[in-house]
Design a protein around this ligand. Structure first.
Ligand SMILES: [Zn+2]
Length: 489
């Protein structure tokens, strides 16, 4: 994105569109009164969040003006600004505009750079299209994205603060590309190769890959069981970024990497399988987060750990009723092969706890439909055995607008996970489904401070919402980056 600024309206350069923001029920606007005045004074335009009115201009530096509703000023937060300016991008895209002038609104609770960051973030998160699988329809109807933005009212010295926003947005795009790609292309091997390629982006990144042979030697019984029916080999991917040599803190982010989930022998019905290329969203998020942390040069030590498999169906499928031995030594009786995410995460968590000296572990996974039933598409479920970890993640959620809601790890339900012929069973009824999955994972955390985020709802959307596109959203990356910034030395 080409960025510039102008100190005042008369110093601006020409563009395809100018955005004039307007707070709800504000008594007057200062700019372009002749053009927008009657829309406001008639009460037709109130300035509500989500409202916009397009005007055509003559003898101005832009042919179009968008009067943009910002909502109530007293209630305004970075998130409402992100959403408001997301609407501006959608209008610009509808008119195939490539360059936009933006008059920055004013708000007492945010500094100019903070305000510009929120606006720019809303713009960049919206200014995205997944086009790599399009054919002829793209020629007939090309996607036009914004290429140039000028902020009117922003000081030149504050422009640099927007670089960080762009780096983070690039991380979000990477996650979306990985999630939206064909499952036949985004295989466990492809995720391993992508992680390996990160080493070229920073000397502080080191990638270690465990292939199938190594997984067999080391006894990753659950990862191997889940992957058995697939022609694609499983991997355990470890990407470490050491940005704080003197710090003892080591944060391990574990992401579920099921590149396609048929459910296995507990086969999913068609409708439930349609979205299952998204079952590696956790993997994409933690890989993107570590690469972005490195790109930002955060002073933090963080490792992404990704167990990655395809949960296919075939004559070699792992079996219902059989018992498999995990990396930790605990044995697990399988009563649903579609509850495979917790199995591969269990092996990864116990590997991390035993070998990586983590000061905390956070796993993120599209784990249970029960989390979607409880919290829908806008919130993720958070479970944690550590108060400070939970507090910092909730604070990051508040700041980034990537919403999480903490649910308990109720010990009374642990009993239901006991197996009569092994140590544990992998599922236990529909009630409290996301909590029981979390309690299952907790068995493999060796009491390390740990949090589990079940983002089965927000990681993949069936309709675009706010600045999130349809399908892969990249949700979770900004949450992790904000968390890592807080934990930086
Ligand atoms: Zn599944």
């Amino acid at each position: 994105m080409k960025l510039s600024c102008a100190p005042s309206l008369d110093k601006r350069e020409p563009a395809d569109l100018i955005v004039l923001p307007f707070w709800q029920d504000a008594s007057e606007g200062t700019h372009f009164k002749k053009i927008v005045g009657s829309a406001i004074s008639s009460g037709d335009f109130k300035g509500k969040l989500g409202e916009g009115a397009l005007f055509y201009l003559e003898k101005e530096k832009e042919p179009r003006l968008l009067l943009l509703g910002l909502g109530e000023k007293e209630k305004s937060m970075p998130e409402s600004l992100r959403r408001a300016f997301s609407n501006a991008v959608k209008t610009a895209q509808g008119k195939k505009a490539k360059s936009v002038n933006i008059i920055l609104p004013e708000l007492k609770t945010l500094s100019k750079p903070e305000l510009a960051q929120a606006v720019f973030e809303g713009i960049l998160l919206t200014n995205y299209a997944f086009i790599s699988l399009k054919g002829d329809s793209l020629k007939e109807n090309p996607v036009v994205l914004l290429e140039k933005i000028s902020f009117i009212g922003l000081d030149k010295k504050d422009l640099a603060s927007l670089d960080e926003v762009e780096t983070i947005a690039r991380g979000v795009y990477l996650v979306r590309e990985l999630v939206n790609g064909n499952a036949d292309d985004v295989t466990p091997k492809m995720l391993a190769d992508t992680a390996k390629s990160f080493e070229k982006t920073s000397p502080k990144i080191k990638t270690t890959i465990f292939d199938k042979k190594k997984l067999e030697q080391e006894g990753f019984g659950l990862i191997l069981a889940v992957s058995r029916a697939s022609s694609a080999d499983p991997y355990l991917i470890q990407v470490s970024y050491k940005g704080a040599h003197r710090s003892k803190e080591h944060i391990v982010l574990v992401g579920k990497g099921v590149t396609y989930d048929t459910g296995g022998l507990s086969l999913k019905p068609t409708d439930n399988m349609l979205t299952m290329k998204c079952d590696m969203s956790g993997a994409a998020t933690v890989l993107g987060a570590v690469q972005t942390a490195a790109a930002l040069g955060l002073k933090v030590n963080v490792t992404a750990l990704v167990p990655t498999v395809e949960n296919a169906i075939g004559s070699r499928s792992y079996k219902l009723g059989d018992v498999y031995k995990s990396y930790s030594g605990k044995t697990v009786e399988i009563n649903n092969t579609d509850a495979e995410g917790r199995l591969i995460l269990a092996d990864a968590l116990s590997f991390a706890a035993k070998n990586l000296k983590p000061t905390c572990m956070i796993d993120i996974a599209s784990l249970t439909g029960a989390a979607v039933v409880a919290l829908g598409e806008e919130l993720s479920a958070l479970f944690a055995n550590d108060e400070s970890l939970s507090k910092d993640l909730l604070a990051a959620s508040e700041k980034t607008g990537e919403l999480i809601w903490r649910l308990p790890l109720h010990p009374g339900y642990k009993e239901s996970l006991k197996s009569e012929i092994g140590d544990l069973i992998n599922t236990s009824g529909r009630d409290a489904g996301s909590m029981k999955a979390a309690l299952f994972l907790q068995e493999f955390t060796a009491n390390v401070p740990w949090a589990h985020i079940d983002f089965a709802g927000p990681c993949y959307l069936t309709k675009p919402k706010y600045y999130n596109p349809v399908k892969g959203t990249g949700y979770g990356l900004r949450l992790f980056i904000d968390f890592l910034k807080k934990r930086s030395v």
